[in-house]
Write a protein that binds this ligand. Structure first.
Ligand code: OAD
Length: 251
């Protein structure tokens, strides 16, 4: 009986062989990649959406209704993330992007841990929790605020004094078309990996299908089966930080 927590040796070796000859590799990451750093996932075991309602906290309507409640939730997550460090998954992926021109990462994560690990040319589909924007869009540029504890909740726009909002993409909002276009370009690759994502939120989940139809070898790395499992060419089940670290030693 295979150990559910150990990545499959044969799959790792086969994937390593493929990666050694691959020119373009794209890894799409989700909350599971940051789980070992202590950042809660949304739908995994103890995921945020098991205890909180997305429609109360992560939509423009929720913010319109109760900006204080939404900001309390974001302030709590910012404080939690500020104490987290990149883990082996972030580090391996960062080193891949530094070593190979066409090995790239697309992330749905808003925590900045890929950047802190040194990932080059990261495509961020859902924004950054450390970025703020004017809610009324007074014309000022988005700004960064990396303080673990915000002095004022909700924070204010430095230009017009109105409410600021988190610089993340909420449900019901469009993604930045430049980011979507960049991610679409990266689906033209030899190997496409879905790492630590439940693969249910679009358009991110759709990039797997694009990569597959463009001829990529597709891989899932997750602690459990997802909707992507029956679509991919290879599924490696186990903690992604362990899978990537073990894979890296075989390259
Ligand atoms: P989810 O929470 O939906 O999925 C995280 C996945 O990671 C789950 O399938 C877990 O099984 C898996 N997982 C947990 N720990 C892992 C580990 N150590 N190694 C491997 N896998 C692990 O997070 P996302 O797929 O990122 O969007 O969610 C996508 C989007 O939905 C998020 O960006 C967010 C959320 O609602 C918005 O807020 C707009």
């Amino acid at each position: 009986m295979p150990d559910q927590h150990q990545p499959d040796e044969r799959a790792l070796s086969a994937l390593a062989a493929r990666l050694r000859t691959a020119r373009a590799v794209t890894v799409l990451t989700g909350a599971g990649v940051s789980a070992a750093s202590g950042v809660p996932t949304f739908r995994g075991a103890d995921g945020l959406w098991r205890n909180f309602s997305a429609s109360d906290l992560a939509t423009p309507e929720a913010f319109e209704r109760d900006p204080h409640l939404v900001w309390e939730w974001y302030a709590w997550r910012r404080a939690l993330m500020a104490a987290c460090q990149p883990n082996a998954a972030h580090q391996v992926l960062a080193s891949w992007t530094q070593r190979h021109e066409r090995w790239r990462v697309i992330t749905q994560n808003v925590d900045d841990l890929h950047l802190r690990a040194g990932t080059r040319d990261l495509v961020r589909l859902h924004g950054s929790i450390w970025k703020l924007r004017c809610w009324r869009d007074c014309g000022c540029a988005p700004w960064r605020d990396e303080r673990a504890s915000l002095p004022e909740v909700p924070p204010r726009c430095p230009q017009c004094g109105g409410l600021a909002r988190p610089g993340v993409v909420w449900f019901g909002e469009a993604l930045d078309p430049d980011d979507v276009a960049a991610a679409h370009r990266l689906t033209d690759c030899d190997v496409f990996v879905m790492a630590g994502t439940s693969a249910v939120v679009y358009p991110a989940a759709g990039f797997l299908h694009q990569a597959h139809s463009r001829g990529a070898f597709t891989v899932e790395m997750n602690v459990e089966a997802t909707d992507a499992t029956r679509v991919v060419d290879m599924a490696i089940h186990g903690p992604v930080e362990q899978t990537l670290a073990e894979l890296d030693t075989r390259l």
